[in-house]
Every structure is written in C-alpha cells, then in structure tokens.
Design a binder for this molecule. Structure first.
Ligand SMILES: [Zn+2]
Length: 202
C-alpha cells in the first residue's frame, strides 16, 4: 500500500476511535445515598456546596464512594469557558470511584443558592450516569442533555421544583460566563420548559 493511502487509513481509524470512545465508566459501585462529601481544606468557597450536595444525594443515590469538591483557586479547569466539571478522581488506574466536582471560584462567589443547587444537581447527574470526559461536540451535547434530565429528577426527589431551578441556573451562568454550557444553553433552557411543576422555588 502506498504511504499516502496508509496515512489516510490511519486517519480514518483514529477518527473512528475518537468518535466511538465510551461515554460512561464501567463497573461503577452500587449507588448509595450515604456518601461522604469532602471539601478542600482551606478552600472556604466550597463550604457552601457541601450541605447542598448532601441534600441532593439523600433521596437519590450516586455510584461513588466519596464526593470531593474543589474551586479553581486550587485546580485549573481545562478551558476558560468552562464553569464546572465532574469526573472520576480516586487514586489508581482505573481510578477509584470517587466523584470530583471542580467549580470556577467566581461562580461559587456569585451564584445564588438556587442557581448553585441547580449547577450541583447537574454535576451530580454526570456522576450518577458515570459520564467520562467527552471528546466530541455531539457527545458533549448528549451528555449535557442527559445530565440536565438527571438533575431535574434529582432536584424533584430532593423536594425542589426542578425545571425553574435549572432555568435560574442557566440565566445566572450566562450572565457570569457568556458561552457557558457548551454553547447551547438556550436549547438546554428550552428543554426545561417541558417539566411543569406545581411547587414554588425553594
Ligand atoms: Zn455538564
């Protein structure tokens, strides 16, 4: 085979591999509600998040053995448009099933309690669904929509009115970080309109 054809074939194969990388971790532990929540020592910004996470996990389990929360005072986010990410962060390879949530420090300072609750419910949605980091735009779109749906279910289980909480979250995040939410926050906002709720905001 000519070198050019070999290179083209390799490019197609690598594209296929990237396109087909698994969306989810396998062999996650049994979901549980009694999960310890750790905040970074000296990181006062994350203190507000811990009781909210405990409330959100109490009635809807997550498949991790520990949740750790950090602000960007201590760890950098991969890109400047990102406002928060969640990932498997335990030691070892494959990593132990800890769930880490990393949140931009300005977001932790500025978000209202309602919007922070929505943001954390979304990140817990990624953890609940065992999402890995997503390399392609179409995978990102799918995982964001799925995490929003899981967030609304989690908020509802915790006694909140899921749709309005998520809409408040999107509105505040767009003000703080234009371009947040993968560039399709408008679409994500519209999806929450299909979740009517008789309860008022918490
Ligand atoms: Zn997300």
């Amino acid at each position: 085979m000519k070198p050019v054809i070999i290179m083209m074939a390799m490019a197609v194969v690598s594209q296929l591999i990237i396109g087909c990388s698994p969306l989810r971790w396998e062999n996650l532990p049994k979901p549980q509600t009694e999960v310890p929540v750790l905040i970074e020592e000296f990181d006062g910004l994350t203190r507000r998040a811990a009781p909210i996470i405990r409330k959100l996990v109490k009635n809807r389990p997550v498949p991790v053995t520990l949740i750790q929360v950090y602000s960007t005072r201590f760890h950098k986010l991969p890109t400047k448009e990102q406002i928060a990410i969640s990932y498997r962060c335990g030691p070892g390879e494959p990593p132990k099933p800890y769930g880490c949530i990393l949140i931009k420090d300005t977001v932790l300072k500025e978000l209202s309690d309602v919007a922070l609750t929505g943001l954390l419910a979304h990140e817990l949605g990624h953890i609940e669904l065992g999402h890995r980091t997503t390399p392609t735009a179409s995978q990102l779109r799918t995982t964001e929509f799925d995490a929003d749906d899981a967030a609304i279910a989690r908020l509802t289980d915790a006694g909140y009115c899921g749709g309005p909480v998520m809409r408040q979250t999107f509105l505040e995040l767009i003000k703080l970080t234009p371009g947040a939410g993968g560039g399709f926050t408008g679409e994500r906002f519209a999806r929450t309109l299909n979740t009517p709720c008789a309860l008022s905001l918490p």
